[in-house]
Design a binder for this molecule. Structure first.
Ligand code: SAM
Ligand code: SF4
Ligand code: FES
Length: 344
């Protein structure tokens, strides 16, 4: 039995196997990993790929994560906020284009307080009862998460970033708390959200130990979604000169996560598409089953600049939608008009 059969059967992996699979040059093992991960994804979700429409609400952020271009200390970043009307217009376009999940993401921006966010969420909920509403607005209080859930939000993406407290402290300023981020994820789960955690692949100071801790944390949390993408350096941040994460590690980790968690919703991220011209297609071939084309107004796209050279900053929503569908069809998969719920 191969290492990969073993992971698939036991849904477990050792620290040694993880390192071995990430570093091996053996083409056969990698092809076995890819093939089996895709097989598992297809068993659960068929050849369907779910599309989520991403709406980037705000480039203002009160936090100072060392890796992110939107960090508050980045004085060269352009800042914008979408108005309620702009957000509703994105949803209307998205709905017409066949999206049935809207993902509203942004920096931690006090402008989008509970009153404003609940108003936006409940308006979208009333207008589009057949759609899922996903939020990715960072760390908030339990009361805030509850109010947003009651207003109609269904899912929340909050990458844990790293499951090692020491590593977390090297990626964030001292005022940000590892424990608080982890507590937020458990709170979201308790409230009843479908929850997504995740991390950057190749973030500065990441090791095989921290990656192994990430996999263990995912196993403990049992999230419905896992968002992973390569770290990409951003100018005017403390990590501007660090190397980008590896595409190969990202693909292999996607496959490993698929084998460990057959039902999980796993996006092929824009960051992966930024580092490789066919990154998102490769992600799907390694077991991903979600893509998130951008629905934000084109005039603001460039300003949501979390890392350098981000793709899809000049294209209209309809272009990205058509481009994504074409890319997916070309590799033999099908995008679907569907909320794309977790099949657990
Ligand atoms: N502010 C919210 C938060 O931090 O959860 C949501 C928006 S934030 C831009 C979304 C994700 O972008 C983060 O969780 C982080 O993993 C990722 N990110 C930030 N900077 C990045 C970089 N330089 N390269 C790749 N991903 C990055
Ligand atoms: Fe703000 Fe999120 Fe960027 Fe951190 S990763 S600076 S919280 S937008
Ligand atoms: Fe945006 Fe191809 S997905 S242009």
């Amino acid at each position: 039995m191969s290492l990969i059969d073993d992971i698939r059967m036991t849904r477990d992996i050792s620290r040694e196997t993880l390192e071995q699979l990430l570093t091996t040059d053996d083409k056969e093992s990698i092809e076995d990993l890819r093939r089996q991960a895709r097989e598992v994804a297809t068993e659960v979700y068929g050849n369907k790929i779910f599309m989520r429409g991403l709406i980037e609400l705000t480039s203002h952020c009160k936090n100072d994560c060392l890796y992110c271009g939107l960090r508050r200390s980045n004085t060269t970043a352009s800042r914008y906020r979408l108005t309620d009307e702009e957000i509703y217009a994105c949803c209307a376009t998205g709905y017409r284009l066949g999206f049935r999940t809207f993902v509203m993401q942004g920096g931690e921006d006090g402008w989008f307080d509970d009153k404003r966010m609940c108003r936006i969420v409940s308006t979208i909920r009333k207008q589009y009862p057949d759609c899922a509403i996903t939020l990715s607005l960072g760390e908030r209080s339990r009361e805030s998460y509850q109010a947003l859930f009651d207003a109609g939000a269904n899912r929340y993406l909050l990458r844990h970033e790293t499951a090692s407290a020491e590593h977390y402290a090297r990626l964030h300023p001292a005022e940000m708390s590892f424990q608080h981020r982890i507590d937020c994820l458990w709170t979201l789960k308790e409230i009843g959200y479908q929850v997504g955690c995740g991390f950057m692949v190749g973030s500065p100071y990441q090791t095989f130990d921290t990656l192994y801790a990430d996999l263990q944390f995912i196993r403990e949390l049992q999230p419905q979604m896992v968002g992973i993408g390569p770290f990409i350096s951003a100018h005017d941040t403390p990590f501007a000169d660090f190397p980008n994460g590896k595409v190969t590690y990202t693909l292999r980790l996607l496959a490993i996560i698929r084998l460990l968690h057959p039902h999980v919703l796993l996006p092929a991220t824009t960051a992966l598409g930024t580092l490789h011209p066919h990154g998102r297609e490769l992600g799907i071939q390694f077991g991903a089953n979600v893509v998130m084309p951008n629905l934000s107004p084109v005039e603001h796209r460039k300003d949501y600049s979390i890392y350098d050279n981000k793709i899809c900053t000049g294209e209209e929503s309809a272009e990205c939608r058509a481009c994504t569908e074409g890319r997916i069809r070309k590799i033999g998969y099908e995008t679907v008009v569907d909320r794309g719920d977790y099949k657990g």
